[in-house]
Design a protein around this ligand. Structure first.
Ligand SMILES: [Zn+2]
Length: 341
């Protein structure tokens, strides 16, 4: 009897230890200090094109007359919430996020471009479109996310392959691309390569937001051309006919890939488009609310330094500028160059 009780106590102790170790690893904050030299300084205030990183692959690009946002994800539920129950757009966080970005209210945005349909890209987009009057651009899966939120059909558009979209001086093209490879159980859980075939009404489990089509967004403006890559994946050759100045590259799960894979990712995005500047994104701990202190994902969830090392080395090798932004940072562009650098 005593032996059984002893074993039970030992098992409980081990379980507690495992939980503590996992919690510490999940919340570990990789430091940005190592990358201090690569952080961009504050932009020149009069830059005609402004680009703001709002965490994950959410980027705002504005020229003062028109504004485009990718994804528009602000809910950022805790890992516990995401893993343990149904989730839905957090209206207060969306409101605060749009206010921080300065695009709240009708007419705030022209388009929300959803780069694929996982929850951390597509979930909040219909509410962002509803509040700002923007049109949602994305795959048929994203259209079903928007329909499930009762967004009017006039605000939902699934571009045909090669379709060019014009908003003021902005020209957008959604280029079919691919998602970064994930661990098999995460790929299964998040519907890797699967589509959302009926309107998705939240609350729903995270697995309801299946990937759908993944895209690279090519955004052209007289003052600068951007590649906004929603996930660290590639098909091969899809960006060969596109030229950009700056490549904003998602790096989630990139640090877990081989050196060869990182080289291929760089080749298919930066070298294919001739980008002179590389800026990583989607490395932030997106299970916490977005502010200037949002830190990179910890070692349980990603290899932040591995991804940065890989992209920085490739940038040095191919003579490209490599810069880091902190969440909520803005940089300016004029004539294809970054201003103030
Ligand atoms: Zn994804």
């Amino acid at each position: 009897m005593t032996a059984v009780r002893h074993k039970t106590r030992l098992a409980l102790l081990l379980l507690a230890l495992v939980v503590v170790v996992l919690t510490v690893l999940a919340n570990w904050r990789p430091s940005l200090t190592r990358w201090q030299a690569f952080l961009l300084p504050a932009p020149a205030p009069a830059a005609p094109l402004q680009v703001t990183w709002l965490g994950t692959a959410t980027v705002l690009v504005s020229d003062g007359d028109n504004a485009i946002m990718t994804d528009g994800f602000f809910s950022r539920q805790s890992l516990f919430q995401v893993a343990s129950g149904d989730i839905e757009p957090d209206l207060a966080r969306i409101e605060a996020g749009l206010a921080k970005a300065g695009v709240d209210g009708p007419g705030g945005l022209d388009a929300v471009v959803v780069l694929h349909s996982h929850y951390d890209h597509a979930m909040d987009a219909p509410e962002v479109a509803r509040r700002t009057g923007a049109v949602i651009l994305g795959s048929e899966s994203t259209a079903n996310v928007a329909r499930g939120w009762d967004l009017p059909a006039a605000q939902i558009h699934v571009p045909a392959p090669g379709e060019m979209l014009q908003f003021g001086q902005f020209e957008l093209e959604l280029v079919p691309s691919a998602h970064v490879p994930m661990l098999p159980f995460i790929a299964r859980l998040t519907g890797h390569g699967e589509t959302i075939d009926t309107p998705l009404r939240p609350p729903a489990p995270v697995s309801a937001w299946k990937e759908g089509q993944s895209y690279a967004l090519v955004l052209r403006h007289p003052q600068g051309r951007l590649l906004i890559q929603g996930s660290a994946g590639f098909v091969g050759g899809e960006l060969a006919s596109h030229e950009v100045d700056v490549a904003l590259l998602s790096t989630g799960s990139l640090g877990r890939q081989s050196t060869r894979y990182i080289g291929r990712y760089f080749e298919e995005t930066v070298l294919a488009t001739g980008a002179h500047t590389v800026i990583p994104m989607h490395w932030d701990h997106f299970f916490s609310v977005l502010d200037r202190n949002t830190h990179p994902l910890g070692p349980l969830l990603d290899d932040f330094h591995g991804a940065m090392d890989g992209l920085q080395q490739q940038s040095a090798l191919h003579d490209r500028d490599f810069h880091l932004l902190e969440p909520l940072d803005t940089f300016g562009m004029e004539g294809g160059r970054l201003t103030g650098n």
